[in-house]
Design a protein around this ligand. Structure first.
Ligand code: NDP
Length: 311
């Protein structure tokens, strides 16, 4: 029984790096890299970051696909994966805290008008602007999962007003909680910042379109660190052009890397980062080794994905 690492994202992490780390935790494990997989019949656990349709079928005895990261949409979308193959993801505070830092940085630079001050600097213009006050600012967080809750708490700790939205109803101290599609327009209408940390599922696909942007305040800023396919990018550009919202800060796009031809690159109302808001795995690396051991012992796995719900 072997674990095969096939990350396919060497600008972030190589197979060999992950292999070395896993072997240091589980030295006797049969852990292999995609460059030398050996007999494919041995592979029962596949570890991926990017996943391509049909990939699972290469391994006749595959039992588990472990995603290195949180988003599993490409795996869920592959209907050729047998029902018997389980899917697990990572859940770690480390990237969640990094994402919270990213969101705080994005919001604070808007609160303090850094973009405008920078523009003024280019024309040697001295123009004081009143900072926005955190205690009078409502941050709306879409997705109150592991990451959303950590982000919410970081904003609360910085004296912001915080509201959140999820599929099922929730109670979180200090956070006004909303759930379900019916409650979304009311929430968007109040938001100074809308931060999406939603997974990609059939329900969230294209959710942020012309209608949603028109429900937001013209002064609102939209931040997306969840998944790019939440957003109809053409509608976003139009909404920014029409003044339906003030700015968008995007860490994730419909297509990554964002094609050079995309108007998002050059739009003055858009700030782009290349999917970097959550980076380090932290202790989650131990969960990959633990899942391999549990699979060997036929025990229940950590952080199983609900293939029906898609996250
Ligand atoms: P969780 O599975 O813990 O939480 C997902 C949240 O989204 C839950 O609160 C869930 O609601 C909510 N949700 C799902 N579907 C809907 C819906 N249709 N309507 C309303 N709410 C919905 O995930 P994480 O917090 O760990 O991660 C969230 C996403 O962040 C990942 O799926 C991934 O795509 C993205 N991500 C991006 C990274 C980056 O670097 N940019 C890094 C890591 C993750 P409920 O609680 O009711 O189930």
């Amino acid at each position: 029984m072997a674990l095969l690492i096939d990350i396919k994202q060497s600008d972030w992490m190589t197979d060999e790096q992950l292999c070395d780390e896993l072997l240091s935790i589980y030295p006797s494990g049969d852990i292999r890299c995609s460059q030398s997989p050996g007999n494919l019949d041995d592979i029962e656990m596949l570890v991926v970051s990017l996943y391509f349709e049909g990939e699972a079928l290469r391994y006749p005895n595959l039992k588990l696909i472990q995603k290195v990261g949180a988003g599993v949409e490409s795996i869920i979308a592959d209907l050729s994966i047998p029902e018997s193959v389980q899917v697990t993801r990572l859940r770690s505070d480390v990237p969640a805290v990094e994402m919270a830092e990213y969101c705080l940085a994005a919001v604070f630079q808007e609160q303090r008008h850094f973009r405008l001050h920078r523009d003024n600097q280019l024309t040697a213009t001295w123009q004081p602007m009143e900072p926005k006050e955190s205690s009078k600012t409502l941050v709306v967080i879409l997705g109150l999962g592991l990451i959303g809750c950590i982000v919410a708490n970081r904003f609360l700790a910085n004296q912001f007003k915080v509201a959140g939205w999820s599929r099922s109803s929730k109670q979180l101290e200090g956070v006004q909680c909303y759930s379900g599609m019916d409650q979304l327009p009311e929430l968007l209408a109040q938001a100074d910042y809308v931060i999406s940390i939603l997974p990609s599922t059939p329900e969230t696909l294209g959710l942020f379109d012309r209608r949603r942007f028109s429900e937001m305040k013209p002064s609102a800023v939209f931040i997306n660190v969840g998944r790019g396919d939440l957003v109809n990018e053409g509608d976003l550009v139009q909404a920014l052009d029409n003044g339906a919202l003030s700015h968008a800060i995007l860490d994730v796009m419909q297509v990554e890397p964002l094609p050079k031809s995309s108007p998002l690159w050059r739009h003055a109302g858009v700030t782009i980062t290349p999917h970097v808001s959550g980076w380090h795995l932290g202790d989650a690396i131990y969960d990959i080794a633990e899942n391999f051991k549990r699979l060997e012992r036929r025990q229940s796995l950590l952080h199983l994905v609900n293939r029906q719900l898609g996250y």
